[in-house]
Design a protein around this ligand. Structure first.
Ligand code: G
Ligand code: G
Ligand code: MN
Ligand code: NA
Length: 253
């Protein structure tokens, strides 16, 4: 497999980079956090989406060093914005294999120390699917991260089958309502009722709710009315490069 060999070299060749998608804080009406998203600048094939190489990296274990690179790079770049007076939180996606890695906590703490990024401004995004394959170690890992002030977000919420009763016992700060719900939100009354219930239940259990994949003003208005705490999507901004983060500074909604 060509792509697999190329993937092995990509880290050494410095072919990965991060883009950041802003998340609008509804109460403040401005951008308070960003989600880091990896991109691969392949020498011949151009930019390759994580959809096309993360699954491969999970199969062959390369996701462990790649995931470490993502964390270190996101924290290091964000320290620069902090130094420039932009104290954004940074969310990083973790793959299931990283969550099962017994060295995860040590690696995260090491990177925070090394970069000087504040733990309480780091959010680790974990998919509902990954949490459901959980075992005792996963739970211990999440609690340890929380004890160090690192925040946890449940990504792609609604696409798995976990019960709220189960979720409420997990040390999670944020629920991210999956894009598919936002896309279908205004199609009919049932979809509207489902999303509204998801949001109010999450909020009543003490989670902060972020909705993803917002592409229209109408979607944003409805989700704000339903009580979402934060909104993310192309309507507000596509993922942007680290150099453009300063453009978010005076944007209001
Ligand atoms: O940004 P984009 O829509 O191309 O991302 C596609 C998928 O890849 C999303 O599910 C996203 O969560 C995932 N992804 C993006 N960056 C990372 C990363 O750094 N690590 C992991 N594990 N997944 C990522
Ligand atoms: O699985 P996760 O939620 O981490 O996926 C995030 C991905 O969703 C990113 O790759 C980002 O590029 C993509 N994304 C973000 N906002 C929108 C949007 O408004 N519409 C669509 N179609 N994709 C989006
Ligand atoms: Mn995510
Ligand atoms: Na998601």
């Amino acid at each position: 497999m060509h792509l697999e060999n190329d993937l092995r070299n990509a880290l050494q060749q410095n072919e990965f980079y991060l883009v950041y998608q802003p998340q609008l804080d509804i109460t403040e009406g401005n951008f308070q956090s960003v989600e880091a998203l990896i991109r691969w600048q392949h020498p011949e094939q151009g930019i390759i989406s994580p959809l096309d190489f993360i699954p491969l990296a999970e199969e062959n274990g390369l996701i462990i060093p790649i995931g470490e690179w993502v964390l270190r790079t996101a924290c290091a770049e964000a320290v620069q914005w902090h130094n420039n007076g932009q104290c954004l939180d940074v969310a990083v996606n973790l793959s299931p294999m990283q969550i099962k890695d017994s060295e995860l906590v040590n690696k995260v703490l090491g990177i925070l120390t090394e970069t000087g990024f504040p733990p309480n401004q780091l959010v680790l995004e974990i998919t509902e699917g990954a949490l459901m394959e959980h075992n005792e170690n996963t739970l211990t890992t999440l609690h340890t991260l929380r004890n160090h002030q690192i925040k946890i977000a449940l990504d792609d919420f609604g696409t798995g089958y976990s019960s709220m009763n189960y979720l409420r016992r997990l040390p999670i700060n944020y629920i991210k309502v999956d894009q598919s719900f936002v896309r279908d939100l205004l199609d009919n009354k049932d979809n509207l009722a489902i999303v509204r219930a998801m949001i109010s239940l999450s909020m009543n259990l003490g989670f902060s709710v972020t909705a993803e994949g917002i592409e229209t003003l109408r979607q944003a208005q409805v989700l704000k009315y339903f009580g979402c705490n934060a909104l993310q999507g192309y309507y507000f901004s596509k993922p942007i490069s680290a150099e453009k983060i300063h453009c978010l500074l005076n944007q209001k909604w």
